[in-house]
Design a protein around this ligand. Structure first.
Ligand SMILES: [Zn+2]
Ligand SMILES: [Zn+2]
Ligand SMILES: [Zn+2]
Ligand SMILES: [Zn+2]
Length: 621
């Protein structure tokens, strides 16, 4: 360690095991500070900063100390190895000093009273001065003229009010390590540093972390600091931060500023988290209790809370397209909501991966947590015919939306309607706990567990999720990314992601197989979606088509008259390109045996089946 001799004002070097008692300076850098190189020449005494050195030495000599350490000239900053080592040792150097002098060049008063410029000194706004305040056991403050303003302990009320650092930390009764990670981060939340990386490097000592300096890594330094802290602690308060960032985020904050509101957050006494977590090449791997909360988004419980409240905090995690990959998001403007303890029985522990690198990636348009039902096959539209809906939202025959409100989960709607034949049909839609869409068409109205029970018609019993078992009659489960295409001899059920009236949602299309043609090249002029089933082509307006639902809804247009176009089903013949049953025109290859294409795929045949000739089959034989 290099120290300035208070008598000679020359630098002297000491091995670690025989360092003499020394005073240490804590200050804000100003113009013309004296550097290590300057000390070897006569330039030093000519610089403005020299007065600060000589005054520090004079004060130390007055206090009976032979040496002073000052960060401007006691480190050779031209050596990155020495700089890195010094930054890692800095907290210890401040902690071991006989006394620390807090020099406030912007304070002129002789005492710290109400309205004193002490409270607004820039010394309190800098990153590095946080550890310089906390580490030394003895600290004296000086004004611009080196007049003593008082000690850290004597001024503790004012300092706590300015910095948020609790009094017991200032008096030394409690070590900073006795405070949660979020609490310690909150002390740094309002501070700034000249270099972005220093906001992280200046916190190493406060978290007892050592890591190499990589100037140029910018904001990554703070992520790296959090990774290092996490390696040594299972304190979930490291995740207890908030930001206004609307994009996808990782579990780590971008800067200590995100912890501004976390000064009272402590780890929960009872831990729900049962296994260790760590950074892997797939992201941060962690097991958390999750509860479906909004479309593709879970509320996850953290093991932290405020001392005064019993509820934990939670964060919102949304599924990314990659399997088991999640990102942290804001939901409805909320970032760190309370997690009601009453939800715990509904939680599911799941091991997930949260990537930090998604930070800054734009969120895709949010999908409504629900379904739009395009129509009800063969429904008897007579107003007296039964049509019974159980749903979270009020049912509207024109809207036909079934939406699960934020914080709810499972079934979106249970519908029983009368068909033209007089038969009753059951239709249910909902999401499993992985947000896969599930549809029931036909089958039982009551789910197996409520069968015969007196409360089977209660809303929450009906809206339970136990009907979502694909082993049950008429129940089909889709995939959260690709939806569902189900086809059997009688019905075709499609569930696909689409934008309806500027909102993204799942669209449910159910057709009886004979009318199940998908007019992939015709857009309905009513709803803007591809026409399924019967296409109604206006006899008057050029290029005007309606789907069944839009045709039924718009009675005004009816006077023009429509041509009903149904695609003929080639039963049992599947397209060798898309796999779907062929509707409409079938293209059979003349050169290959058993090779058929549907009409849309035939359009692409030049690419996927070149140089072959096709027979056009309009009707099945
Ligand atoms: Zn339409
Ligand atoms: Zn028309
Ligand atoms: Zn095809
Ligand atoms: Zn061929």
């Amino acid at each position: 360690m290099r120290l300035i001799n208070t008598k000679t004002l020359q630098l002297e070097e000491f091995p670690d095991d025989c360092i003499p008692p020394y005073a240490i300076l804590s200050h804000r850098w100003q113009e013309e500070e004296v550097t290590f190189r300057d000390m070897e020449t006569a330039i030093a005494s000519a610089k403005k900063g020299y007065t600060k050195l000589s005054s520090s030495c004079a004060q130390a000599a007055k206090d009976g100390l032979g040496y002073v350490w000052v960060d401007t000239c006691c480190i050779d900053k031209s050596s990155s190895a020495e700089l890195s080592e010094s930054i890692n040792c800095m907290y210890e150097w401040y902690r071991c000093a006989a006394v620390c002098y807090g020099y406030l060049y912007d304070v002129d008063e002789l005492s710290v009273g109400e309205g004193s410029s002490f409270r607004s000194s820039v010394w309190f706004t800098r990153g590095w001065t946080l550890q310089e305040l906390i580490a030394p056991s003895k600290m004296e403050f000086f004004n611009a003229e080196w007049h003593c303003l008082g000690s850290k302990v004597g001024l503790k009320d004012a300092i706590t009010a300015i910095t948020g650092v609790p009094e017991p930390v200032l008096t030394g009764e409690l070590a900073p390590q006795e405070f949660s990670i979020a609490q310690r981060m909150s002390w740094a939340s309002g501070r700034t540093t000249a270099k972005v990386e220093d906001i992280a490097y200046s916190l190493l000592g406060l978290f007892s972390i050592n890591m190499p300096m990589l100037y140029g890594e910018r904001e990554k330094a703070f992520i790296r600091l959090q990774e290092e802290i996490m390696k040594q602690s299972d304190d979930h308060t490291i995740f207890a931060w908030k930001s206004l960032d609307q994009d996808y985020r990782g579990l780590f904050a971008k800067s200590p500023a995100a912890f501004a509101g976390s000064a009272a957050i402590v780890p929960s006494l009872s831990k729900w988290n049962r296994s260790p977590y760590s950074v892997t090449n797939m992201g941060l791997s962690i097991e958390l209790p999750l509860i479906p909360w909004a479309m593709d988004t879970y509320l996850a419980a953290l093991d932290c809370q405020t001392e005064s409240k019993s509820n934990r905090f939670g964060i919102f995690l949304t599924l990314l397209p990659e399997s088991n990959q999640y990102a942290r998001v804001i939901l409805d403007g909320e970032d760190l909501p309370e997690f009601d303890s009453k939800l715990s029985p509904h939680c599911e522990y799941r091991k997930i991966y949260v990537k930090q690198a998604v930070s800054g990636m734009q969120r895709s348009q949010e999908k409504i947590y629900g379904f739009w039902l395009r129509h009800f096959p063969a429904r008897d539209v007579n107003p007296r015919a039964e049509f019974d809906v159980t749903a979270w939202n009020e049912w509207d025959h024109n809207e036909r939306l079934l939406v699960i409100p934020t914080g709810q989960r499972g079934s979106a709607g249970i519908i029983r309607y009368q068909m033209k034949s007089g038969r009753k049909q059951n239709l249910k839609v909902g999401f499993d706990s992985m947000f896969n869409p599930v549809v029931q068409f036909g089958g039982q109205f009551y789910s197996p567990s409520s069968f015969g029970k007196p409360n089977r018609d209660d809303f929450h019993v009906k809206m339970g999720t136990d009907w979502m078992d694909p082993k049950l009659e008429g129940v089909y489960r889709g995939d959260r990314l690709t939806g569902l295409i189900m086809e059997d001899a009688w019905t075709r059920i499609f569930v696909f992601d689409d934008i309806v009236k500027e909102k993204r949602m799942w669209v449910v299309q159910i057709e009886f197989a004979e009318q199940g043609g998908w007019h992939r090249d015709t857009i309905c002029d009513g709803c803007g979606l591809n026409v399924f089933g019967t296409r109604y082509k206006c006899r008057v307006c050029p290029n005007f088509d309606y789907c069944t639902a839009c045709k039924e809804a718009d009675k005004a247009h009816e006077k023009h008259g429509y041509e009903a176009i149904n695609l003929i089903r080639h039963y049992g013949i599947n397209c060798d390109s898309c796999g779907d049953t062929i509707y409409g025109t079938r293209y059979k290859c003349r050169d290959c045996s058993n090779y058929d294409l549907c009409s849309p795929c035939h359009g692409d045949a030049i690419q996927n089946h070149p140089d072959h000739r096709f027979d056009t089959i309009k009707k099945p034989r």
